[in-house]
Write a protein that binds this ligand. Structure first.
Ligand code: ADP
Ligand code: MG
Length: 612
């Protein structure tokens, strides 16, 4: 028998390794931008076509490469940044693994141009499948340009895995911002399909934040600055009134490297504590500098997660630095009554559906009555009561209205759906706990959950509107503008035409700004911005759910967000409309997300309970 083990050819090994470093266009953008920063560039231009799928090009005026280095750079583990393992613990550069260019060369067609100041000519190299197919001298200015075309052209499985252009572009915007934010002394520009997305002049940190996140923060940034022997923190937090309903304007950098840390985010949120509504997110851009020996940046290949030697110290430090900053600028809740009042009203309006909320909802007594065994949510008998879904589905002896139908089943009209002998009687309605409505029927009563019911009604109304007759728009007399985080702006653009059908008339106004020309009649004037921010936040919560289309997510987000909340007192008229609308729905008995909208109680069963 022959021996069977072989070494993989370089290009295959590189392709495999590339999987870790280059998952999507945005990862390549990040690596190229970081290389330009490491090369000492003061000007960096990024260009992409088709969200990076067709072209990603970064041009810098950094120190350039010699002819030999330019070829070496594409070898795996080829780096000028570390020489031995000790160097790993004193890294000051963004890159160090020497894998980015090798990975890029394995999965795209690459053209490199580079010239050092001391060389008379530059070098041009063309690479495909990790092989140099052309090399020649060229005339050029000092610096480097790397263009990568047709990402994953040779790994179709990966190419197919890429998301829509809008989604990929959003990732690119995120990565661009993360690099541009931490180097305000560098000029950055970003062009997508020939259109300029960002043009960021050199300036102070504060100017950079405003350039990126928008003018609305201009006079509303509180400086954070604290220095110790162990670590420094500096940067800005937004004044409490700039807190948004949508997460996004939150950045942490450790030694200039963007990181994600739920732990440190918690420290900031804690410092803001009572100053902002519970469901809103303060803006922050914070830089922590500490001895690289105190961290391990190597824990994650794309380096977004880091390990601190002593996490607790960092947490306490961050929290107190921010408290201190807010106190210094006398932004303290006890002094600011006006703010407090507006917070309360915000809080009462509605809350976004966060993971926290989900778990608190699922531990609520109401939810438990639906899910706990042996707890009678249907007042029927003591016989084994099953999970309500099973109950709906299996018990064929129940009237038709009990059968749980998936929301995407063919539509039937409400009238046919409700057992005619058990029609809701809408002349006498009672609201209890400002959350439920009791509706008499011939045989007993329905206990309607007002928010779930409204969610169902809105969902069906919206679903009809996007298909056919659009929802009427109420024109704004004084159109407000809304300025979004760049990534959210990309998202909103994607949703504009559906939003239009749903009564939101929004027009892009450049610079991530939109003019709100009109809103659906039931969104009150002055609340347009909040409504849109909340919708986006809600949408992002659904975003990870791949089984739904964009439109479906939009419908569900809007329905959930616009529904009348539990705790809202309703007039008789409002209750009547709500109940009638509910039972005119195609599927009145559950929300699109599968929560029940009402429960039925029958007289004969009530009688039994009372021993009659
Ligand atoms: P790393 O950045 O981890 O060292 P890369 O594969 O990203 O690995 O780059 C390999 C090497 O190529 C770098 O160490 C650097 O010497 C050189 N290089 C890459 N991009 C540039 C650039 N824009 N300007 C100058 N040199 C560069
Ligand atoms: Mg690099």
């Amino acid at each position: 028998m022959p021996d069977i083990i072989q070494l993989l050819p370089d290009n295959i090994a590189n392709q495999i390794a590339a999987g870790e470093v280059i998952q999507r266009p945005a990862s390549a953008v990040k690596e190229l931008l970081e290389n330009a920063v490491d090369a000492g560039a003061t000007e960096i231009n990024l260009m992409v076509n088709d969200a990076g799928k067709a072209l990603i090009q970064v041009i810098d005026n950094g120190k350039g490469m010699s002819e030999t280095d330019a070829r070496m750079a594409f070898e795996r583990h080829a780096t000028s940044k570390i020489r031995n393992i000790e160097d790993l613990f004193k890294i000051k550069t963004m890159g160090f693994r020497g894998e980015a260019l090798a990975s890029i060369a394995a999965v795209a067609q690459v053209e490199l141009k580079s010239r050092r100041a001391e060389d008379e000519t530059g070098v041009f190299i063309e690479i495909e499948n990790s092989l140099v197919i052309k090399q020649e001298p060229i005339a050029m200015q000092t610096g480097t340009s790397i263009a990568m075309k047709n990402l994953f052209f040779n790994v179709p499985a990966r190419r197919n895995f890429l998301k829509s252009n809008a989604a990929e572009l959003r990732h690119i915007v995120d990565e661009f911002i993360r690099v541009a934010m931490s180097f305000p002394e560098i000029f950055f520009s970003f062009t997508s399909n020939g259109q300029q997305v960002f043009h960021l002049e050199k300036g102070s940190m504060k100017q950079r934040i405003v350039q990126i996140l928008g003018n609305s923060y201009a006079a509303k940034l509180v400086p954070v600055q604290e220095q110790t022997d162990y670590m420094n923190i500096y940067g800005f937090v937004g004044k409490p009134e700039t807190a948004k309903k949508t997460r996004g304007d939150q950045y942490f950098f450790v030694n200039n490297r963007f990181i994600k840390s739920a732990y440190l985010n918690h420290a900031v949120m804690n410092a803001f504590n009572e100053m902002i509504a519970k469901d809103s997110f303060p803006m922050y851009t914070l830089f922590i500098d500490l001895d690289p020996a105190q961290l391990d940046i190597n824990v994650h290949p794309t380096k977004q997660e880091i390990k601190f030697e002593d996490e607790k110290i960092v947490y306490a430090f961050v929290q107190s630095a921010i408290k201190h900053a807010l106190a210094q600028f006398s932004i303290s809740p006890t002094l600011d009554f006006e703010l407090d009042a507006s917070i309360q009203s915000l809080d009462a309006v509605s809350k976004p559906f966060t993971e926290d909320k989900k778990s608190s909802a699922s531990s609520s007594s109401l939810y438990n009555t639906f899910t706990k065994k042996n707890q009678s949510h249907f007042v029927e008998s003591k016989s084994e009561l099953k999970h309500w879904r099973d109950f709906y589905e299996k018990d064929k002896t129940q009237p038709e209205s009990f059968s749980q139908r998936p929301a995407d089943e063919p539509q039937v009209t409400g009238a046919a759906f409700i057992n005619t002998s058990n029609k809701p009687q809408t002349d006498k309605l009672f609201q209890i706990q400002n959350s439920f409505i009791i509706v008499q029927t011939e045989k007993g009563y329905y206990l309607v959950h007002q928010q779930n019911a409204h969610e169902r009604i809105l969902y069906e109304r919206f679903a009809l509107a996007v298909e056919g007759k659009p929802i009427a728009t109420q024109q704004s007399l004084f159109p407000a503008t809304i300025e979004l985080h760049a990534a959210d702006a990309v998202l909103l653009k994607e949703l504009l035409s559906d939003m239009n059908h749903l009564g939101y008339q929004l027009e892009p106004f450049g610079n991530n700004t939109f003019v709100i020309q009109g809103t659906p009649a039931d969104v009150s004037q002055g609340n347009e911005k909040t409504a849109i921010e909340k919708m986006l936040e809600q949408y992002k919560h659904f975003s990870s759910d791949l089984k739904y289309s964009k439109r479906e997510k939009l419908l569900r987000s809007l329905a959930l967000q616009q529904s009348v909340k539990a705790g809202t007192s309703l007039t008789d008229k409002e209750m009547k409309v709500l109940i009638e609308d509910l039972f005119n729905c195609a599927i009145p008995n559950s929300t699109a997300n599968g929560k029940p909208t009402y429960l039925e109680f029958k007289k004969e069963e009530l009688d039994k309970l009372f021993g009659r």
